[in-house]
Design a binder for this molecule. Structure first.
Ligand code: ADP
Length: 337
């Protein structure tokens, strides 16, 4: 049973069309991410679902009801923004209690609910702090708690982690996923960060220039991108046109291909491979960057530059710039497009 449905949605600003003919279905309890490059229309679509922006055409259904002409308040939605939007003159407790007071809930019930929310976001000890006394990550946890306190049907998150530094982002996205699974609230999350989308979502809607171009689970999206745009955007794929393919594989593979950086290995003598699974070509390491537990090498093979990702197994395993290596292309991962 679909919980949120968008039918033929269209949105224009003056004469500029942001999107048209958008259709989607979301199930109850799903964690959906709208992922796409900046300016593709993610926030606008989210704001239209929330009722903060009007649509020019189409219909939005929530829990079986057409809510197209309803106010944000009547849609049962909680929203979290990048900039937290907390009340600076209220404590953490008062911020979370605010929506409940508006609903004229009993004082005792408010206290219970706020305590439950503080526990959920692990901020029990900060209840009397003001937002200015909190870190960015803590502020965003208060914002999430405040949104969930009123028990919305849907939680909408517009780039909620973008203002935070890398380490806090990672830990908060894990917490967010945990909170979502605990509360089972249907969630739509907007980001332009592929890694974030891949780690947090049940399904991802990829957007490009106002279109939803692919929908799938993180695994489907990552391993089977439908277009070159998707392959480049999602997996850092190496995209080779037919001339480059011909140069690299010297005629053994033809046509335009895409191959993920981790599907190219560097041959190590002590490792045993089934060589039938690979096409091996000589290459030179031109550069590398360390991406945490992965090292991304830039290798040149017959004049074509390729990205090659290896697990970072410590300094002793680093190939120096200028090293001549055997690049092994996993045959089954060479995708034609
Ligand atoms: P994203 O969230 O993917 O970065 P947005 O939904 O913010 O994209 O924007 C999509 C397009 O709509 C952009 O071209 C942007 O310039 C335009 N846009 C967004 N908000 C407005 C507005 N209030 N008035 C006019 N154009 C807007």
């Amino acid at each position: 049973m679909n919980f949120i449905v968008g039918k033929n949605l269209e949105k224009k600003y003056d004469r500029t069309t942001v999107f048209q003919n958008i259709n989607f279905n979301i199930k109850k309890g799903e964690f959906i991410t709208l992922l796409g490059p900046s300016g593709c229309g993610k926030s606008t679509l989210l704001r239209c679902i929330a009722g903060l922006n009007e649509i020019n055409d189409g219909d939005i259904y929530i829990d079986g009801k057409n809510v197209t002409n309803r106010t944000p308040k009547d849609r049962g939605i909680g929203m979290v923004f990048q900039n937290y939007a907390l009340f600076p003159n209220m404590t953490v407790f008062e911020n979370i209690a605010f929506g409940l007071e508006m609903k004229k809930m009993e004082k005792k019930d408010i206290e219970e609910k706020v305590e439950e929310m503080l526990k959920l976001v692990h901020l029990e000890d900060k209840m009397n702090f003001y937002p200015s006394q909190l870190s960015g990550g803590q502020k965003q946890r208060v914002a999430i708690a405040r949104s969930l306190a009123t028990e919305p049907k849907i939680l909408l998150l517009d780039e909620p982690l973008s203002a935070l530094d890398a380490k806090v982002r990672k830990s908060l996205r894990e917490q967010l996923k945990e909170i979502q699974k605990k509360t089972n609230v249907t969630t739509i999350f907007v980001t332009h960060d592929q890694e974030e989308a891949l780690t947090i979502s049940d399904r991802i809607f990829i957007m490009d220039k106002g279109d939803i171009v692919q929908v799938g689970t993180p695994e489907e999206i990552y391993t089977n991108p439908k277009t070159v745009f998707m392959a480049e955007f999602i997996g850092n794929y190496n995209i080779l046109n037919h001339e480059e393919t011909a140069k690299v594989f010297e005629g053994r593979v033809l046509g335009n291909i895409a191959i993920r950086p981790e599907a190219i290995y560097i041959k190590e003598v002590e490792r045993i491979y089934n060589l039938d699974n690979f096409i091996t070509k000589s290459g030179i390491i031109k550069d590398f960057s360390i991406l945490g537990n992965v090292i991304r090498y830039f290798a040149e093979c017959n004049g074509v530059r390729l990205r090659v990702d290896l697990l970072n197994r410590g300094e002793s395993k680093l190939y120096e710039i200028g090293s001549v290596v055997d690049l092994m292309f996993l045959k089954k991962e060479i995708k034609h497009y």
